[in-house]
Design a protein around this ligand. Structure first.
Ligand code: NAD
Ligand code: TYD
Length: 353
């Protein structure tokens, strides 16, 4: 059995669904169900006897201890986090609490549990921390892509909190010998992504005929990974990664934000014709401290684990748009109440540039 945290969020739920579909071992999902966590993401497996769902916080040490004792997992995969850069600018406190303090408490309880294991379980145990390429900071247009040896230089409260948690993971391995693994992945997209992030937000707004708010000049670059590829890479790292190592995961798909939004508009024009979606594009005030470019050098994970992304950006984006078109009730269920308050807070103050 494995313990997953944050398995009701975007990437975590895709991982849980994929894990169970592959016929793998049972799984406990510990998730606080913040605004980003949605039990509906796991509706397809809610009656699967291999899945145990527990609502709770990774910082709740008594609960984590009890789960470890009761379920005796052979691995922990930590997805739980506050994950949105704009929200971290609006209010960084929750990011420090969950991403730094929460990871610390989880690590401490896992260390105690692991130290109490007998061999061979102790040697086989793994703690996989799911992190981001944003810890490396921002690249110039011509800079080489991020490698695992690139110095950390986080720029946003979000990336600083993830960088801090990565350092804790590193130290717990170095000092206590805890068999940790860290993955640093670039921007994900795909089914079940909360519509605060670029791609689902643009799809959601476009379908409602609302403005498509592009920050700054739209020339910032991200390396887009289809979420199933990310989940597949996590599986490979868990199975074959070397304890104490970090692995970068990328999609070989560097795009400017404007290229992404144009591609979305063109797909929607094909699949849901009748609107001039490109005419909805609106340039708005830039994000403070906006990182210019992220790009991943995926040589290490390809060389050591034989992993590379399967999905092209064109095929992944088409699947994503099709999923959102077919799952409008999911979108409606997550865009009421709190979501509307967030949209008002983040976009009302962005003057049209
Ligand atoms: P998400 O915001 O969609 O989901 C986060 C999940 O964690 C939610 O289900 C939420 O309820 C849960 N959670 C939050 N605080 C918690 C706490 N204190 N205790 C227990 N559960 C808690 O995030 P995501 O996009 O699925 O990202 C998952 C992980 O992957 C994060 O660690 C993120 O930093 C990392 N990551 C994300 C991306 C991306 O593009 N989305 C890229 C690279 C890495
Ligand atoms: P986002 O999905 O928030 O991911 P991240 O900031 O972690 O890379 O944003 C992706 C890019 O899209 C980023 O350069 C900011 C930009 N962006 C917009 O232009 N408009 C928006 O409304 C949002 C949410 C993001």
């Amino acid at each position: 059995m494995i313990l997953v945290t944050g398995g009701a969020g975007f990437i975590g739920s895709n991982f849980v669904l994929d894990w169970l579909a592959r016929g793998s071992e049972p799984l406990v999902n510990l998730d606080k169900l913040t605004y980003a966590g949605n039990p509906g993401n796991l509706a397809a497996v809610e009656n699967d006897p291999r899945l145990v769902f527990v609502q709770g916080d990774i910082a709740d040490r008594a609960l984590v201890t009890q789960l470890l004792r009761d379920h005796q997992p052979r691995a922990v995969v930590n997805f739980a986090a506050e994950s949105h850069v704009d929200r971290s600018i609006d209010g960084p406190g929750a990011f420090i609490q969950t991403n730094v303090v929460g990871t610390f408490h989880l690590l401490e309880e896992v260390r105690r549990y692991w130290q109490g294991l007998a061999e061979p379980e102790r040697g086989r145990f793994r703690f996989l921390h799911v992190s981001t390429d944003e810890v490396y900071g921002s690249l110039g247009r011509e800079d080489p892509a991020f490698a695992e040896t690139t110095a950390y230089a986080p720029n946003s409260p979000y990336s600083a909190s993830k960088a801090a948690s990565d350092h804790l993971i590193r130290a717990w391995h170095h000092t206590y010998g805890l068999p940790t693994l860290t993955s640093n992945c670039s921007n994900n997209y795909g089914p079940r992504q909360f519509p605060e992030k670029l791609i689902p937000l643009m799809i959601h707004n476009a379908l409602q005929g609302k403005a498509l708010p592009v920050y700054g000049d739209g020339a910032n670059v991200r390396d887009w990974v289809y979420v199933e590829d990310h989940c597949d890479a996590i599986g490979a790292i868990l199975a074959r990664g070397r304890p104490g190592e970090t692995y970068n995961i990328g999609g070989n798909a560097e795009k400017t934000n404007l290229q992404v939004v144009h591609a979305l508009c063109d797909l929607l024009a094909e699949l849901r014709p009748g609107t001039d979606y490109r005419a909805l594009i609106t340039f708005v005030t830039d994000r403070p401290g906006h990182d210019l470019r992220y790009a991943i050098d995926g040589a290490k994970i390809a060389r050591e684990l034989g992993w590379q992304p399967r999905e092209s950006f064109a095929s992944g984006l088409r699947k994503t748009v099709q999923w959102y078109l077919a799952n409008q009730s999911w979108v409606n269920s997550v865009t009421s109440g709190e979501y509307q308050q967030w949209v008002d807070r983040n976009y009302a103050t962005r003057a049209v540039a």
